[in-house]
Design a protein around this ligand. Sequence first.
Ligand code: SF4
Length: 159
Amino acid sequence: MVDGPGFRTSVYCAGCRHACVGCHNPQSWDFGGGHEMTIEQIMRVIEADPFANVTFSGGDPMYQAAGFAELARTIHQRTNKDIWCFTGFTFESLIQPEQRELLNELDVLVDGPFVQSLRDENLLFRGSSNQRLIDVQASLYSGTIVLWEPAPILFTTQR
Ligand code: SF4
C-alpha cells in the first residue's frame, strides 16, 4: 500500500549503486544479495492476487532494465494490472535502449535519488521532494514530463 495506490505486489530487485545517504533499504544495494527468479516464477506470485497491481522496486530495477522490461511485457500480455517503478535515476537520464524498453511498459515512474535534506514524510509514495511521480506514457507521448495525479475522490452529502 506504500509502493503506489491500492494493494500491490512489489518486486524488490537486488542491486543499487546510487548510495543515497539515508536510504531506507541499504541491504538491497548488493547485486549478489538476492536470489534469481525466472519470469514465470515471478508471474506465479503476481497472478496469485487478481486484485493487486504491480510495483518494481529495489535496489534499482533500471540496472536490470532488460529483464524488467520482459517481465512488464508479460504482465501486460496476461493481466490488466498497472505497473509502477521506483528508480534512483532521473527520467531524463534513462537513455539506454533497454531502459527505454522498460519505460515503454510503465504506467508511473517514481524517479530520482533520495535526498535526505529534502526528506518530507507528507509526500505521497516518495521520500524526498526532488522525486517525481511521472505519468510515463503521457510523458513519452508529449516529449515533456507529465506528473501523475491521483484520481479525484468525489464526495456527496446526499444519501
Ligand atoms: S536509489 Fe533507492 S535503493 Fe538506491 S540508494 Fe537510493 S534510496 Fe536506496
